[in-house]
Design a protein around this ligand. Structure first.
Ligand SMILES: [Zn+2]
Ligand SMILES: [Zn+2]
Ligand SMILES: [Zn+2]
Length: 117
């Protein structure tokens, strides 16, 4: 069964991409909570959070693009480019994460509405 075999292979690859995408999204949100001017240390339990925060930081100044040799940089760039451009609700790579993101913004919206009475 050739089809089933390739599906399994893709499944493993997609799991890895999804994991990295989840980390990137987390690090992006998590980083915004850090108030460095206060000198406050934001404690995060996510093991790779600080690593991906550094990657995100690096990506904003990176000029090397696809040929960059910094860990996670070029891969993360590709993954994020897909994430931002993907409009498919059934994309096996990012739709589970899109659901989470939607929940997150929905909850925030409800909280804001409540705060305004
Ligand atoms: Zn974090
Ligand atoms: Zn780079
Ligand atoms: Zn997608």
């Amino acid at each position: 069964m050739e089809v089933a075999e390739s599906e399994v292979r893709d499944g493993e690859k997609i799991k890895l991409i999804r994991r990295q995408l989840a980390l990137l999204i987390h690090a992006d949100r998590c980083g915004k909570n850090v108030n460095q001017s206060d000198g406050e240390v934001h404690q995060c339990s996510m093991p790779l959070c600080s690593t991906f925060k550094l990657v995100l930081n690096h990506m904003t100044i990176c000029q090397a693009g696809k040929s960059c040799t910094v860990n996670h940089c070029s891969v993360s760039r590709e993954i994020l480019a897909h994430w931002r451009n993907c409009r498919s609700r059934r994309c096996i790579m990012c739709s589970p994460l899109k659901e989470n993101a939607r929940d997150y913004y929905e909850r925030k919206r409800i909280l804001l509405r409540r705060a305004h009475g």
